[in-house]
Design a protein around this ligand. Structure first.
Ligand SMILES: [Zn+2]
Ligand SMILES: [Zn+2]
Length: 399
């Protein structure tokens, strides 16, 4: 996760963007003396740098930083690589008060590290970089957000400044236009403007309140979902929001899924868990009475509301939440029915996606993960059925 570990395979674009991160850090240190630097990698959309700045940065500050960056770009200072011993690097960064760099260096293996300099600026970095700051022809700072040092909320909150850079100005302009359009359609903004839903920042982050208009849209979708499932031979069920933790111990979720589950609550001396998944309940319904093999397949469907632990820092609108309602179903069938069932599910899924206008997508076939339950034989059977269903529909997929 540290830039030293991910720079080796930088593409030319990433090299440009990571070089822009150095120039930005230089500009911030020039404008805000005492700023300490953490990490500044290139990312898919540009770059960022996590910095410990003496005061919170504002939108106007970003403009000032951009102007300062332009000065550094105009000076066309060469990026210079330097290899030094760890002891020298530690001394250098200690002298400069760069406590985060010191922490990074101390954890690095080997006894040599590389530095990259331009002008008076120096950073611990494996590189590579563009030749000189003048190569950074089109850049823009986008936003500033809080980010904990090493992503750990027990550590100090740093300021993460995001920016982007492109080889040519028109590419940057096109990207910024696209960003503005996406922002205008941001579901969080629309949700508020159209009075569809809201979030409880204080009383329950990641838990959604559906307002009357949003609830009407949701109910319409749910009615469509129910009608389609009945038509496809599903029985619809409802299951509770909590049960004894033992239920998820038996199902294996406690072993395999614990990091996504909330802590249990105590009821009459027993641990109860708020449900992260509906599966064990559906299995219970299926097992509640003896069935003849002629009754198979049994298809159970539920709009099941589940609760999963997500760190507060990653919650995002309706996309990353702590409570959400799943379009969930479990099919109990004979081995000889497996491929037919999978094909039916696949057709139904494609029809649902198409109904909502999703016609372009990539398909991935998931195979046995490292953590798994079940015999090799069953995994083999299941994988074959999935593969067969995809091939029967003539769909391209990746494994
Ligand atoms: Zn670098
Ligand atoms: Zn399930």
């Amino acid at each position: 996760m540290f830039e030293e570990d991910q720079t080796e395979n930088y593409t030319p674009l990433e090299r440009l963007r990571h070089s822009s991160a150095h120039v930005m850090a230089d500009a911030v240190q020039a404008l805000f003396p005492g700023t300490k630097l953490a990490i500044g990698p290139a990312i898919e959309t540009g770059f960022y740098y996590d910095m410990d700045v003496p005061r919170p940065l504002t939108a106007e500050d970003l403009e000032k930083i951009e102007a300062k960056m332009q000065e550094i770009v105009d000076r066309d200072e060469p990026f210079r690589r330097e290899e030094v011993s760890k002891a020298e690097a530690l001394e250098l960064f200690k002298k400069r008060g760069e406590i985060y760099k010191v922490e990074i260096i101390e954890a690095l293996p080997g006894d040599k590290v590389t530095l990259y300099r331009h002008g008076d600026f120096v950073d611990l970095c494996r590189g590579p970089h563009v030749e000189s700051t003048g190569k950074i022809a089109a850049f823009k700072l986008l936003s500033v957000a809080g980010a904990y040092w090493r992503g750990d909320e027990k550590n100090k909150m740093l300021q993460r400044v995001y920016g982007t850079a492109f080889p040519e100005k028109p590419q940057l302009e096109a990207y910024l236009t696209q960003l503005r359009e996406a922002e205008a359609r941001d579901h969080r903004k629309l949700g508020k403007e159209l009075d569809l839903f809201s979030m409880m920042e204080e009383e329950g982050p990641g838990l959604i309140l559906w307002h009357p208009k949003g609830a009407r849209v949701r109910a319409t979708i749910e009615d469509f979902w129910r009608a389609e499932h009945r038509r496809e031979g599903y029985e619809l069920v409802y299951t509770p929001h909590m049960a004894k933790l033992d239920l998820w111990k038996t199902s294996g979720h406690v072993d395999f899924y614990k990091e996504n589950m909330f802590s249990p609550m105590e009821v009459e001396g027993q641990d109860y868990e708020i449900k992260p998944m509906n599966c064990p309940f559906h299995v219970r319904i299926f097992n509640s009475r003896m069935k003849s093999y002629r009754e198979l397949p049994v298809r159970l469907g539920e709009l099941g509301t589940v609760y999963r632990f997500e760190r507060s820092g990653v919650l995002h609108g309706l996309l990353r939440v702590r409570g959400f309602t799943q379009d969930d179903a479990h099919i109990f069938c004979r081995p000889d029915q497996l491929q037919g069932e999978v094909e039916q599910v696949l057709k139904m899924t494609l029809r649902f996606l198409g109904t909502f206008g999703f016609n372009e997508f990539e398909l991935f076939l998931s195979t046995r993960p490292e953590k798994s339950v079940g015999s090799d034989e069953n995994w083999d059977l299941a994988t074959k059925a999935l593969r067969g269903a995809l091939e029967a529909q003539g769909l391209a997929f990746k494994v």
